[in-house]
Write a protein that binds this ligand. Sequence first.
Ligand code: FAD
Length: 401
Amino acid sequence: MSIRIIDIKCTGCGLCVPPCPYGAVEIIDKKAVFKDNCNLCGACIPACKFDAIVIEAERSKMENIDEYKGVWVTGEVREGKIAAVTYELLGEGRKLADKVGEELVAILMGKDIKGKAEQCIHHGADKVIVVEHELLDNFQDDTYAVIVADLVNKYKPSMTLTGATFRGRSYIPRVAVMLGTGLTADCTALDIGDHEEGKQLLFQTRPAFGGNIMATIICPYYRPQMCTVRPKVMKPLAPDESRQGEVIVEDMDVAAIKIRVKLLEIIKELGSTVNLEDADIIVSGGRGLGGPEHFSVIRELAETIGAAVGSSRAAVDAGWIPYSHQVGQTGKTVCPKLYIACGISGAIQHRAGMGTSDTIIAINKDPEAPIFDFATYGVVGDLFQVVPELTRVFKKALGKK
Ligand SMILES: Cc1cc2nc3c(=O)[nH]c(=O)nc-3n(C[C@H](O)[C@H](O)[C@H](O)COP(=O)(O)OP(=O)(O)OC[C@H]3O[C@@H](n4cnc5c(N)ncnc54)[C@H](O)[C@@H]3O)c2cc1C
């Protein structure tokens, strides 16, 4: 891609200079000039009243694009169990596969996991490709990336869906680079649509520009069309044990894959009582807590009612709680039965991660806080009075001390 100025149109008015977030446009001799740090973001284009700036892309296309068929879900196996996100993606993948009339394939990598393959079939897969090896017991980016890239080159799927988990976010971009195709990260909606660039493309929708717009992205010229989807966004199908499918065990020389990282030790994070993404109840704290020490108020309520502890990004950025607790656009997406937000204003980026919770209770001393616009129940009050009182009442009701 390249950017250029149409000389006869440019008046040197300078309107294109301020919108550039990188300071990459300057006016020299009454003409706009792009510096080397221009990253072709295009922010200057709408600012130009004279249509004098154009980005030109050389369009190339894969030659054998029609050979690519089928929807893949690259599954996730953690501690010997298939992670819930795999089933969520299979549920969504089933819909996509039915729309395009192709098969849905699950990829499972791990140690001794062949016996688990049937579960993917019960959740919608037509076929499961299993790669088993003891070296796959613990996740390694390089190994996983090479395996998936090799399988794609062999079987040529048209689209791949991967969980936007720590693992998925880490290895699947490497796969996209190895295959020379595009990847849309953190999708919140997927569909099949017709487009002037091609029929039955994967329409990949995700929040953009800080969550203020939803962008739908297509990958018309390369295959596979790759995306990651956050856990808890898609719904799994109810398992159907009568479903039949094929299980293929791929014999790959996993030990020969060159890895650049040596796994020394796995240290589990201490203190997190319940996994946030799997929790039925979450108690979250935000900047309203005023300091790290006050998360004890949140933890006490959470422990009392068997909840996980979440937080806003403001609390994470302040260093009050580790990132693994962050809920929102750049944190985790959760969908518990009950979400209790304490001292959280309800910014759009926080809502992006918890807005689909079944019941939301907001405790905030500002009656105008945006969170009250979408909370199921709102308590206008000081969290330092309301939360300990809730804890006290729950302890009494649950017979806890
Ligand atoms: C690209 C991008 C990505 C982002 N990703 C995320 C994300 O993933 N998650 C996220 O959370 N944010 C995210 N943010 C930040 C987001 O915009 C907000 O800044 C953040 O959510 C604010 O956190 P907060 O609600 O804790 O703090 P604030 O907005 O400062 O709100 C604090 C609230 O506490 C209330 N309060 C204060 N004292 C008390 C008290 N004693 N009792 C009761 N209420 C009290 C106040 O009335 C206020 O409403 C992102 C921002 C950007 C630009």
